[in-house]
Each structure stands twice: as C-alpha cells, then as structure tokens.
Design a protein. Sequence first.
Length: 548
Amino acid sequence: MSDESALSRRALLGAGGLAGAALLGSSGIAPVRAASTPTGQVVSRAVLPSDRQGFNRRWFAPNLQRVYIPRTSQDVAACLEQAVAREGRGVKVVSGRHCYEGFVYSDDANAIIDMSALDHAGWDPEHQAYFIQAGCENWAGYRALLNSFGRTLPGGSCASVGAGGHIAGGGYGLMSREHGLTIDHVTAVDIVTWDDARSRATVRHISESSTDPDERDLFWAVRGAGGGNYGIITTFYFADPPVAPAYASLWNIAWDWSDLTEARFSRLLSEYSQWVAEMPTRYFTLLKLNHSGSGQVSMLLQMASEPDASLNQHLAEVGDYVTSSQKTFAPVGKVARGQQSVQHLTFLETVWTLSGNGPNQFGKYKSAYLNAAIAEDQVAAIYKWLRTTPDRIPAAQMGPSLVQIDSYGGAVNNVSPTATALPQRSALLKLQFQTYWNNASRVGSLAPGWETEQEQAHLSWMRNLYSDTFASTGGTPNPAEDSRGIVGGCYYNYPDVDLGTNADGRIDEALWLYFLDNYRNSPRNLVGVKQRWDPTNLFRHAQSIPTR
C-alpha cells in the first residue's frame, strides 16, 4: 500500500501545518512543485533566512541552496532523489531544529529536507499501532495522544523539539523511570534509505518482525543511533504506548548560594543521589545546579498519580512524600525564602507547565551517565566551577549556565544494553552540562571582538568544568578508565564535538562514549549496519557513524 493511501485511512491528529494548508509563506516565496515521480511529489522553495539557522544561534548554513517540503514518506523519497541530483551530497534533514551541534546548519549544507509538514500523531489501522510522524513536535504529539487516546510517551519536555531527532536518539524524559525510553516502545518505523548505485530512495516499513535480517538490524540501529546515520525516518509506530496518568504534582524547592558552603553543597548532592535511588519509579526529579551568578540552586520533583487513583488519593500520597522528603533535605540548610511550593495539576497541564523552550540563544552542552552516586572529587570540581566566573563576563550572565542532574534508572534499566543501540542501562543519574549566552551580533555572523571573546569564555569555562569533573577518568565519563564503576559514557542526543569528530580523527573515541560496545565490538554493531545500509556515507555529519 502506498504511503498516501495509508495516510488517508489514519486518524490524523496534530498541528496540521503545511500538510493541511496552502504552501505559501508570509514572505511571498511560492514553493515549486515538480511533476510527480514514481515515488511521490517533489515540493521545494527558495531559501528563507530562518532556514539557515536552528534553535542554537551558534550554527548557520551559509551555502544552503534549496529547501524541500515533503508531505508523505513517498514525498521524502522523491525529494531526496532530486536533492542529491541537483544539490549534491550535502543534503541535511530537520524536524525540530534543536540539534546542539552544527550537524545540520553547517558550511556543507547544500539542501535541507524540512519534515515540518509530516507533523501528525494518531492511530494507523493498517499497522494496528499508534504513530507519530518525524516532523511532529513534542507538545503536539503528547497532546494528540493524550486527548484522543489517553496515551503518552516517556519523551522529553521541550515543546518544540521534533520527534525525528528526539526519538531516534533515545527519547528520554520525565516518565522514563516508570516507562523506559521512548525507543523501548517503538515497534516499527517507516524509513527512507538510499541506493547510491541506482540513485534511488526507497520507503521501508521495518520492525523486529521484518523478514529481511538486514532490516531487523537497521531497526535495532535506528533506536538510539537513528539521527543522521542510516536514512530518513518519517514515522514511528507504537503498538501499546503507556496509559497517561490522570494527575501529577510538582514540588519546587530552592537554596540560596549564599548559604551553600562546600560541605552543604556536598551534602545536597549526597542526599539527592540516595533519594533518587529510593524514589518510586513513577516520580522524576531534576536538580538544577545553576552558576552562583543566578543566586540559587533548585530542585523539581514530578509526582505522577497511580493508575486509577482518585484525586484525593493522589493528594494524600503527595503530601506524605513531600513531608518525608523535606526531612531528607533538612541537613542541607534553610530553604530560600518563598522558594518552596507544591502545584497540583492534571497530567496534560503538567506537560505544558514543563514545556518551556526559552529564547533562541548561543549554547554549548555536554553530558554524562552516572551508575552510582556522584563522587566527592566530582562534587568538588562542580562546586569550584559553579563559583568561577570567566574574565570579562558579568556574574549575572553566567546565571543560566548549570549542571543539571536528572534522575534515571527504573524501567530504563530493565532493558538489555544490546536490545537497542543505546547501551546505558545501569545508570542512576544523568548529568547535563549547559552554558548559554546572547549578544547583538547579526544573524549568521559573529562580529570580531567582544562577541568572539564571549563565546570563547563560555566554551573555556564549560570545558574546564567538564574535564575537572571527570579528571579521574581522563577528562570524560569514560567507563574504560573508571576503576570505581561510576561513569557510563555520554548521551548521543546531547552531542558534543569536543569528544571527537570524523574530521579530527577521534570519532572512535566519541562514539565509544555514546554507544560503548554497540558501536563496534558487539556481534550486531552500528558500524556493520552502516556498511550495509549507507556504504557511500550519504547520511553524515561531524559525529555520524563511519563506514569502516
């Protein structure tokens, strides 16, 4: 059955976007619709300024020549064929435009296939499964599944992140301790693969039930390493996604930096690690260790209700848990004035409350999995750098920079490290290192002088923080260098080119940290799948899987 006819029989829910509207932007640039091909329609248009830049203002595509706007999986195949024929091999794919590094918005981006029009979620009767298309953003997908079916997914909270990249890299979020990663619920995908010998793109529906063993290997690889490596995923299918809870409550608490001696800071992280280890799997928490320029560090706890629990039952459970947790953290010191609250919401309200994107900024990110409580030497390094302000950077400007410690484990760790491409199935915590800045530089270009110094100051601060935190394991969370068994590598959805790239010859170092033995050493491995499905390396970026 063609993709178009399958779509016509689906329950289509979502933002609609270009899929349900005339293809004419406010700029007046009309798309060009090519004649139909055997595989689908080709719709493309001239480049708009917004096409050249993603959410992270650091990255820009100065050489972009054309933007393709597919509406179906078959259109994606047709657009890919024409883009390669016209613009060459510098073809990039976007869904939500949130990539942390310049994998899409770079000098070698000649054409972009924009998945924005594939933005629906619903039920597919042909495959007897729920589905989310790759261009669907988090909030639209969650709302469609919950409002129409009472279902949800354990993905991320950022509202405008696109499913295409987020799910393909793992799909970790605020319900993951109860339900695992989003890839743990993916039962099939539609993916467009490339045959270089014939210059032909093919739409494939692949799953663990595929008759072709190579397709089964591909399905394994794209669950965790699917972003920009093997093809273009157009649709994710879920046979039985989690039933959404009815309610959730949010507990927020904060401490003033002025009260946090190093001993109290260490006590906070120690108590937090133990608390996470004992927490009900329905609960999720994150500890936001903002730079001292912010004035405070804070903690958020999301408490989802039990299945079928009444509101009164949920409120009673929350009250008891918050009271006991307040005692746990009492030794840390006094809570900041007016900075402790509990908010009771429906689950959909909770998803929206935590869905903020913030403004477009310049940013740099790093990550780490921890299999045990954070060690004292790691705590000391974090404390030092969160109280260090780079030269010529106002302390207040460093306020948004932080180390965020997320709760992990639970259902995530009930899955084998080799069941999907993502191997980290023993972690207790996941660390996100983030630094942000903004300035008045014009779009796509940093003027010489202050703006360049500003960027270098933030990057240097971040690199020193990270390397000092993991000094005992060679400056990164490398489990091969860890005699204590604490660290577990990095998260591919938080890419960091400092770890190594294809261009600098250290790609093996980086991809080992992301995928451990699943990268090269396991019988089923990511390099082997790349050699089978993309041997000419059409789908590539700075940290893509190499062909050898």
